[in-house]
Design a protein around this ligand. Structure first.
Ligand code: NDP
Ligand code: MG
Length: 370
């Protein structure tokens, strides 16, 4: 029986993780659950999974959570993530959205945990620091479908030559005309996946692929990473080897597969799934980087090193929030990120404190205009 902590349990990845537990009660139990502000849902999940250790970021919701879960041990504020990440769990699923996830990643690794990592902003902004923590203990298993695909393709392999990530292209891949009138509702309507709002906007701008290229750089220790548009989201990514062989991982698009693999690795445990039906009619198309430059910005940030990827991530988080609040246009998001990369100094940030403070400074400058 594996004990699982699910940080961000009320979101898209968190609830799919709990769905896996729901169907495999003989394999998994739930040691801790946390969310941002959805106290009612958290309390309901705590009851369903008999979990007595809870965290909630929003201090205004503490009273509501206390009344709804009177027997639970409850932690509050951003520090709750760190406490729960170091709890008595075998695997910590980090499914919170945004840079705040880095706090949980560092605390979980510090406690020697296996981290099933969905949160991508943590590796993008703090990849070098996370690697240093990994040298001391703990383990990261990717949950993001592309990185899970690469990880699966690499099983039994010693070396690899090139990683080829696939990208659906998002909702505007085949749209004609300018994108400046795109609304938040249109941007979050992803053709193949049901996800949280932030990653849905990232997919629409293609910044999601940019973040994933940086994520792959840290997970697989290579800068030889390309991407291809694959609108069907059936091949989740590929790895090329020195003899020209390419291994791909494919399945019907369903995040529960990579989540479960991170929980049951090295076993492909049985689950109910929708099989692929042949013929598949798959397309692999070149990206249009003039219209969607985000992956190019991400590659430039990798090449620049230092704090460039942190700047890209902080500017993107702030700009996506402004867009979702209808304060800027869809096309402003990438302009804001590109301006931040041009404007912000490229620093060497060695400590967690310096990383969080640089993130806050850049985020606040864009979101609050300070
Ligand atoms: P959602 O917006 O659906 O869920 C986010 C979760 O984080 C919610 O449970 C939310 O709680 C919680 N949360 C927010 N702030 C805090 C905080 N300060 N402390 C604790 N919990 C917090 O996001 P997704 O599930 O879509 O994405 C999560 C991460 O996984 C992102 O980094 C995303 O890029 C990545 N990812 C997602 C995929 C997907 O298919 N959805 C695929 C691959 C990666 P509340 O409900 O209370 O707000
Ligand atoms: Mg992905």
């Amino acid at each position: 029986m594996k004990k699982i902590a699910v940080l961000g349990c009320t979101g898209s990845i968190g609830s799919q993780t709990l769905d896996i537990v729901r169907h495999a009660r003989d394999r998994f139990s739930v040691a801790a659950l946390s969310c941002g502000s959805n106290a009612a849902e958290l309390a309901a999940l705590a009851e369903e999974f008999d979990c007595k250790l809870l965290g909630i970021a929003d201090e205004n919701k503490l009273g509501e959570l206390r009344s709804a879960a009177p027997d639970a041990d409850i932690y509050c504020g951003d520090a709750a993530l760190e406490t729960l990440a170091a709890c008595d769990a075998d695997i910590v699923v980090i499914a919170v959205v945004g840079m705040i996830g880095l706090r949980a990643v560092l605390a979980a690794l510090d406690a020697g945990k296996i981290v099933a990592l969905a949160n991508k902003e943590s590796l993008v902004a703090g990849g070098a620091l996370v690697k240093r923590y990994l040298e001391r203990g703990g383990e990261i298993r990717p949950v993001d479908s592309e990185h899970s695909a690469v990880w699966q393709a690499l099983q039994g392999e010693k070396e690899h030559k090139r990683i080829i990530l696939t990208a659906s292209g998002g909702p505007f891949c085949f749209a004609d005309g300018p994108l400046d009138g795109v609304t938040p509702e249109q941007a979050v309507a992803h053709p193949n996946w049901r996800m949280g709002k932030k990653i849905s906007v990232d997919s629409a701008t293609m910044m999601n692929k940019g973040l994933e290229i940086i994520e792959a750089r840290w997970l697989f220790d290579t800068e030889n990473i390309d991407y291809v548009i694959h609108p069907e989201s059936v091949v989740h990514s590929m790895v090329e080897f020195a003899d020209g062989s390419i291994k791909a991982q494919a399945s019907f698009p369903d995040m529960r597969l990579p989540i479960q693999y991170a929980l049951t690795y090295p076993e492909h445990a049985p689950r109910e799934y929708r099989p692929l039906e042949l013929p598949l009619g798959l397309r692999f198309l070149p990206p249009d980087e003039a219209r969607f430059p985000a992956p190019k910005l991400a590659k430039a940030a990798i090449a620049a090193g230092g704090s460039a990827a942190l700047t890209l991530n902080a500017a993107n988080e702030a700009a996506v929030r402004l867009f979702l609040e209808r304060k800027i246009k869809f096309t402003d998001i990438i302009n804001i990120v590109s301006d931040a990369l041009d404007r912000e100094p490229n620093e060497t940030l060695d400590s967690a404190a310096s990383i969080f403070s640089a993130h806050k400074r850049i985020y606040d400058k864009i979101y609050l205009g300070t």
